[in-house]
Write a protein that binds this ligand. Sequence first.
Ligand SMILES: Cc1ncc(C[n+]2csc(CCOP(=O)(O)OP(=O)(O)O)c2C)c(N)n1
Ligand SMILES: [Mg+2]
Length: 319
Amino acid sequence: MEIAREKLIDMYRVMVRIRAFEKKVSKEFAAGNIPGFLHLYTGEEAVAVGTCANLSPDDYITSTHRGHGHVIAKGGKTDRMMAELYGKVAGYNKGKGGSMHIADMGIGIIGAYGIVGSGIPIAVGAALSAKLRKTDQVAICFLGDGATNTGRFHEGVNLAACLNLPVIFIIENNVYAESTRISDTCKLANLADRACAYGIPGVTVEGNDVLAVYEAVGKAVARARKGQGPALVECKTYRLRGHFEGDMQTYKPPEEREMWQKKDPIPRFRKYLIKKGVLAEKDAERIDQEIDEEIENAVKFAEESPLPAPEEVLTDVSA
Ligand SMILES: Cc1ncc(C[n+]2csc(CCOP(=O)(O)OP(=O)(O)O)c2C)c(N)n1
Ligand SMILES: [Mg+2]
């Protein structure tokens, strides 16, 4: 597969941006500067980046409680995201949604959902809309291994299959749902095998290899754009941090953590790009520095924005 040099470099840059954003957020959260709850995507960046590198701005994604990576990979701006996490007016949801609910309709991010599996029917609905409007848009549904055990998964994937909708389900199999191993709640070695219950293609890829993800999702997207219906791509990955920030992770065997640390997708891709002559060491360092500056500016942007006025508490909410 031939991928343009600029595209490869951009994929690296976006992975670094996700990592740097979350590293900063983790620090600011620990210092008490960010309210609420945080679920970091650290270690899983190749999944969002390899997937979204196949999309255009008017394609749709739905995201999860672990959504920073999806939003950044789809083109979300780190300053408005940071402001949202700080609960400030300049944030994507005017500071009222926080880490788990970032949306930007203008670039197809039709929501992140804290209720496990609830992005599934929404992505299916977006794909139905694209089909009825006869566009070539696709909808990507990011979901966790745990979410495949919800009723919404069965209903959503089955409906998408029966209506032949342009939606791709990206299962981020990071081994755990909170502290529960997927092997304790599902007897399949590969979650992609669930696809055959719905009569759609399913493939398992190494989720820490951004190019493997890019290629597998690319095939699924091409099929969907041609009207050939949904597909499922399972990306085997690992969250290098806890379920939430503050999780002691006592349920993870140390050897498992060590093994996955060695498979960190970012150093792995960087090494590949340098070896292939796509990137020189000093170019990679420059990208890392530029991203660090961007994230520092994002924090400044968030700090300078006001909190929402108290009288705004009941606007933009529904009940
Ligand atoms: C319907 C529902 N049940 C339980 C929870 C609590 N909860 C939040 S995240 C999570 C685990 C989800 O695991 P997985 O789908 O594998 O996603 P991951 O956190 O690993 O990215 C649970 C049980 C919830 N948010 N929604
Ligand atoms: Mg999981």
